[in-house]
Ligand binder design. Structure first.
Ligand code: SAM
Length: 278
């Protein structure tokens, strides 16, 4: 049986989630206590700590703020896969085809909570497919951001175990990936080819930081399956900031369960969780 010290007390749980909220805006619900316990236990093993109160003391002390990045990395949820919610990519392909008729105008796309990169690379592959008929656009940029530094590292590397590639067809795997063995465990993996990786710039962004360094305007913003982790106040704050960065006529894509954040906003509903700025 575990001793009391190896279980997460309500007090330590509250300290951890309040510090996480202050840093990232993420709200952790009461029923997620076990999840927090499991994930922090993993981090405590790395730090050689055996009791949660030592960990909370550490994150509370001002000179240990370096731990904050690990706390955030431990508690974010990075579930994703390629071509998740496929109708968004069908829409992106249609809009790209229209925009390729005018190659003078720059095209900017932002994947705003990109996790390990499946979303921005799905955008890049969709765009490359449209180039086959209409030729490449000379001034297209894809920005992908996330708060999780480990997810960003994996995204830049672009190498995925087979289970993450489930949204991809055999033809897409052949065209846009190379098969490689993982250096860690010899597992079969697929790596995004270099010309696709080069289309995407990955950067750190915490929605909760006051200054967002990107200036926009973006023609397409994907912010899918991230806003569910924030309370209504934070959702409104972040959505307003993103909409300011969206170009008139630009498109915004949300996750399937997030449509309520767009209620009462001056946006056209174009399709399932697809919105257009007038
Ligand atoms: C479930 S993933 C969504 C990935 C992808 N957009 C998709 O739909 O497949 C949610 C992502 O939001 C990121 N995230 C959470 N809080 C954030 C914050 N405050 N700022 C930026 N990204 C955040 C997490 O690190 C995580 O990678």
């Amino acid at each position: 049986m575990p001793s009391d010290q190896t279980l997460l007390s309500q007090n330590d749980f509250d300290i951890i989630r309040s510090i996480l909220h202050e840093k990232s805006g993420i709200t952790i619900a009461d029923h997620k206590k076990q999840m927090v316990e499991n994930r922090i236990t993993k981090r405590m093993k790395e730090l050689n700590l055996s009791c949660f109160s030592d960990y909370t003391k550490m994150i509370e002390s001002k000179d240990k703020t370096d731990e904050m990045v690990h706390l955030v990395n431990s508690l974010t949820t990075n579930v994703t896969h390629f071509f998740r919610e496929g109708h968004h990519f069908t829409h992106l392909a249609e809009e790209m085809s229209k925009r390729l008729n005018d190659k003078q105008k720059p095209i900017r796309l932002w994947s705003a909570a990109c996790s390990i990169g499946a979303e921005p690379y799905s955008c890049a592959m969709t765009i490359l497919d449209t180039y086959k008929k209409q030729g490449p656009h000379p001034n297209l940029k894809i920005l992908a951001t996330d708060i999780d530094t480990i997810a960003l590292k994996r995204a830049r590397n672009g190498q995925y175990p087979e289970k993450v590639t489930k949204g991809l067809s055999k033809a897409q795997l052949l065209e846009y990936f190379t098969q490689e063995k993982s250096q860690n465990n010899n597992e079969k993996t697929y790596r995004v080819k270099q010309h696709v990786r080069k289309m995407v710039s990955f950067n750190y962004l915490n929605f909760n930081q006051t200054h967002w360094p990107m200036s926009g305007p973006f023609d397409f913003i994907f912010c899918r399956n991230a806003l569910i982790y924030f309370n209504r106040e934070k959702q409104n704050e972040y959505i307003e900031k993103m909409l300011k960065l969206l170009a008139p006529g630009g498109f915004f894509y949300l996750g399937h369960s997030e449509h309520s954040v767009m209620e009462k906003r001056n946006l056209k509903i174009i399709g399932q969780t697809i919105y257009q700025k007038p």
